[in-house]
Design a protein around this ligand. Structure first.
Ligand code: HPA
Length: 270
């Protein structure tokens, strides 16, 4: 709690900003930043109690600015469990967001498509998630001032935002999917048997992020909305080459403008 307050205090002092929207941008999905009227950019390395992001393609910057008339704070690059961080470390920025005033969280990620109807480059509006990490970020002593011991998870992704996102996509003739995201620790991509297992679980897409952040946001009653960009397909029989990190990034960059448009329109209308 002290660390959260210290970091939020530092950022408030530096920016004199009270953001109402938080944004977390995944691998190759930083294009939304171009649409932001940036007021302050702070590298993670210069923020007390923040970690520095290590993954290729993750810039590691906190951006404060105006997007569609709303005060936002955006993470360009996130912390992943596979980097070796604890769940509390991975989700620390979301705690700070709440302390700064954030009421809505928008997240994006690159994900592998499990649903057989999906194609590479598809955009999936996250309807629900499965926590397949080996732990939960809320494990341990509960800080009552942040949220309840046993958070309710029946509407983890805000149904109003989902409804609006679908309307926006249809209006702009953007093809979209909607489905369940399963978050797993990585850093290995899945074996064919694991992809099959995830499909049997009822998931439509799989990735290595988002779930911890959204759990912590919901703990603090922040409304969440998420989009996965399907960067590869988990269909062993049809896959002619294995998934690479480079492939994931290229596809993410191509599909990104549609996601940016949906985020912008949703934020405009908050
Ligand atoms: N599995 C896990 N994470 C991913 C994948 C995948 O296939 N694609 C992009 N992130």
């Amino acid at each position: 709690m002290e660390k959260i307050k210290e970091t939020a205090g530092f950022l408030k002092g530096k920016t004199n900003f009270e953001p109402e929207v938080g944004i977390i941008l995944g691998s190759g999905l930083g294009g939304l930043v171009k649409a932001i009227d940036v007021k302050h950019t702070i590298e993670y390395g210069n923020i007390p109690n923040f970690l520095s992001s290590t993954v290729e393609g993750h810039a590691g910057k906190l951006i404060f600015g105006i997007l569609e008339g709303k005060k936002i704070m955006a993470m360009q690059g996130r912390f992943h469990y596979y980097e070796g961080y604890s769940m509390q470390q991975v989700t620390f920025p979301v705690r700070v967001m709440k302390m700064m005033g954030v009421k809505n969280l928008f997240v994006s990620n690159a994900a592998g498509g499990l649903n057989k109807a999906f194609e590479v480059g598809d955009l999936m509006i996250i309807r629900d998630h499965i926590n397949h990490f080996p732990e939960n970020p809320l494990r341990g002593e509960n800080l009552e001032e942040l949220g309840p011991r046993f958070p309710e998870m029946s509407e983890t992704y805000d149904s109003k935002l989902i409804g609006k996102a679908k309307r926006i996509a249809s209006q702009h003739k953007i093809k979209f999917q909607s489905g369940v995201y399963i978050g797993s620790p990585g850093p290995t991509l899945e074996t064919p048997a694991e992809y099959k297992m995830f499909r049997i679980f009822g998931a439509d897409a799989t990735g290595m992020s988002t779930v911890p952040e959204v759990i912590v946001a919901r703990h603090m009653d922040i409304a969440c909305f998420g989009i996965s960009i399907i960067t590869n397909l988990a269909e062993p029989s049809e896959v002619d080459k294995p998934t690479s990190h480079e492939e994931v990034q290229n596809v993410a960059e191509t599909a990104e403008p549609h996601m940016t448009l949906i985020f912008k329109e949703l934020i405009k209308d908050l």
